[in-house]
Design a protein around this ligand. Structure first.
Ligand SMILES: Nc1ncnc2c1ncn2[C@@H]1O[C@H](COP(=O)(O)OP(=O)(O)OP(=O)(O)O)[C@@H](O)[C@H]1O
Length: 648
């Protein structure tokens, strides 16, 4: 304890060496010899203490020593030099403390600590002191000239053999330069981040294991995720399209194990639930030794470009389909009474906007008649769109007819126009209408009644101005009676029925059509074929042609290929008579079989090349140059298992 009035002194032996501690205790030596020995030891100790103090004063950090109760025992020279507080002042301050007769470190802290740090530093110190454990904290301390600098204050207790704290040692280390460097770095990092955040592309930083370490504002805004959510494990599968997760998994992992830049296309989930296509480029960041430390991935939105590509692809397919058909369908040949009646009906109905139902056996020319109606109507310059209702899988008929919105169902990554919308202003031919599912019949009925429809995934009605021509080889009345065709729809379609008689009911047309077809195929095969022999004509006219004009067309095509003379010849055994006098289509059937076999071979080869894929730019349909629906229907008819061509 120090008496008020007399300025206190630092402890004579402030350092808790074993000797110092011993010297601080009260001795009652029994005799003078013992007292002299103690005095001697004490003198030595003082000398050693003085040396130690000189060393402590010389070390390039502020050092201090406190008693267990936190009162100041010693402050080194550096401390005094820095604070500008003299030894006398420091100890006078201690003595004049209002709260206690001896000032403690808390008072001194309050005197020299920056006002903004004072409360925190004092609180921290008052926590360290009673715990008796080493501790540290950062504060700004005032220099003698009034400038504040950052210090790290470290305190370490010294204990006696009983474990009691007998002294505190501490140092104040100047970390101002470090702090400045740190703040400069932080500032630079902040600026860099602001730049990266301002880039409109999404940017992520990945570890070499592919985990996300950082994402820029653009990506956070797009996904609606927080930084914590983005860097959490599994965040990738939250935003990546399910179909792309598997597709990209192995490829990405393999590339990340290497060290070359790479890129891929992927769909990422936007905060509003829509997926958009991104081109993501990955670039490695290396250490000076060339080792990959991180990957930078920049994503560019390519969704609109992808959509245009897809549209162009669809349009190409539709155009090719259209081209195939129009080159196939040139003229309506024939002069029979039956055909003349049909053509007269066509010219009467064409100019109206009435719905037409074309009936007739397969291959009689129903599509040809539907096109003739369109060509002679006021809609001739507008599109003619044919939908083969039998070739579209029933699950897709509605989407095919009315289109769908983006995200209407899994895989619907973009909006698709339906056939009705594509035909707007023109004519739509609903071929094989008798094969429509009941569900689609209901939807179709609505369009016919209300002249408007909705895309799948939207409730917005779209008005449509389309002339409907339907065609079927089925007996729709019988289908209505059997309950497989809706009566109301039948009435809606049957406004103006045109029935095309089968070829056997208009045999007069056979020589004309045969001649026309021979010329056409001969020209295509670059052959000069003369007139048909009388015998062949007789056989043709006598035959019943169950496949009608299409069958006649197939027979002629084959015969033209096989003919090498100037005269067109047909192997009569292809067309044989049945018991009732008609010709048996046995060889024709075998021709059909051969053609089917050949078709199967070609389709299977294309499927093998495309690894079982039918659609898409590298799919079998594109390879064969036919619409996807046509190929799918062929695959079904020929009963080809396309899954056996898929890898694995
Ligand atoms: N009168 C005709 N003159 C010339 N070619 C014809 C005639 N009738 C039909 N064809 C040809 O026969 C083939 C079959 O015709 P189309 O496809 O129009 O028949 P379809 O009745 O619609 O057949 P399906 O019921 O199988 O769909 C076509 O190549 C067509 O050009």
């Amino acid at each position: 304890m120090t008496s008020p009035g007399s300025p206190p002194e630092p402890d004579a032996t402030p350092f808790a060496t074993a000797g110092g501690y011993a010297a601080g205790r009260r001795f009652a030596p029994a005799d003078h010899t013992a007292q002299a020995a103690v005095r001697d030891a004490f003198e030595k100790l003082k000398t050693s203490e003085a040396r130690l103090r000189r060393i402590i004063d010389a070390i390039p950090a502020q050092a201090w020593c406190l008693r267990p109760d936190g009162t100041v025992a010693y402050l080194n020279q550096r401390w005094h030099e820095y604070t500008g507080i003299t030894r006398e002042e420091a100890y006078r301050a201690r003595a004049s403390s209002a709260a206690a007769s001896e000032a403690d470190a808390t008072d001194l802290l309050r005197r020299i600590v920056h006002p903004d740090d004072a409360a925190g530093a004092v609180a921290k110190w008052l926590r360290i002191l009673p715990e008796g454990l080493p501790g540290e904290f950062e504060v700004r301390l005032r220099r003698h000239d009034g400038e504040y600098r950052w210090f790290i204050v470290r305190a370490e207790p010294v204990r006696d053999e009983k474990g009691e704290v007998v002294q505190w040692y501490g140092t104040n280390t100047d970390i101002e330069d470090l702090k400045r460097a740190e703040s400069r770095l932080r500032q630079e990092e902040h600026e860099l981040r602001s730049i990266v955040d301002a880039i409109p592309q999404s940017i992520t930083v990945l570890g070499t294991d592919g985990s996300t370490l950082y994402a820029n504002r653009s990506l956070l805004d797009y996904t609606g995720l927080t930084m914590d959510e983005v860097v959490a494990p599994g965040s990738r599968s939250r935003i990546l399209h399910p179909d792309d997760v598997e597709r990209l998994k192995d490829e990405r992992q393999r590339a990340l194990c290497g060290d070359a830049p790479f890129e891929n296309e992927q769909r990422l989930l936007r905060r509003d639930g829509q997926y958009r296509w991104f081109l993501v480029r990955y670039s490695p960041v290396r250490d000076p030794g060339g080792r990959v430390l991180r990957w930078y991935a920049t994503g560019t939105d390519i969704h609109d470009r992808k959509q245009v590509e897809e549209r162009v692809r669809n349009e190409n397919l539709a155009l090719r389909e259209e081209l195939d058909r129009s080159s196939m369908l040139e003229e309506i040949v024939g002069s029979s009474e039956g055909l003349r009646r049909v053509l007269s009906q066509v010219s009467k109905v064409a100019g109206t906007d009435s719905t037409v139902l074309v009936l007739g056996e397969t291959g009689t020319g129903k599509e040809l008649i539907a096109r003739a109606i369109h060509k002679r109507s006021r809609r001739a310059a507008e599109p003619f769109i044919r939908v083969n209702c039998a070739a579209i899988p029933s699950s897709l008929v509605t989407s095919e007819l009315f289109g769908h919105e983006r995200g209407a169902f899994t895989g619907a990554v973009q909006r698709r126009l339906g056939r009705f919308e594509a035909a707007n202003g023109g004519t739509i031919l609903l071929d094989e209408i008798g094969d429509l599912s009941m569900e689609t019949q209901v939807a179709l009925l609505r369009v016919l009644q209300e002249r408007e429809f909705e895309r799948i995934g939207s409730s917005r009605p779209i008005p449509v101005d389309v002339r409907v021509v339907a065609a079927t080889n089925r007996n729709l009345e019988a289908a209505v009676a059997a309950g497989s065709f809706r009566q109301e729809l039948f009435y809606r379609l049957n406004v103006f029925p045109i029935r095309i008689p089968p070829l056997r009911e208009r045999r007069d047309d056979i020589p004309l059509i045969a001649q026309y077809l021979i010329e056409r195929y001969a020209k295509r095969a670059r052959k000069r074929l003369g007139a048909i022999s009388k015998r062949t004509l007789d056989v043709f006219t006598a035959y019943d042609w169950p496949g009608n004009v299409r069958e006649l067309q197939n027979v002629i095509e084959r015969a033209v290929i096989l003919s090498d003379a100037e005269t067109f010849v047909v192997d009569e055994s292809w067309l044989r008579r049945d018991a009732r006098g008609g010709l048996l289509p046995e060889r024709t059937a075998s021709l059909a079989c051969t053609l089917a076999e050949r078709e199967r071979e070609i389709i299977e080869a294309a499927l093998a090349d495309s690894r079982g894929r039918v659609s898409g730019p590298s799919g079998a349909a594109a390879r064969l140059g036919v619409p996807r629906q046509t190929l799918e229907s062929k695959i079904r008819v020929l009963n080809i298992n396309r899954h056996r061509f898929q890898p694995g």
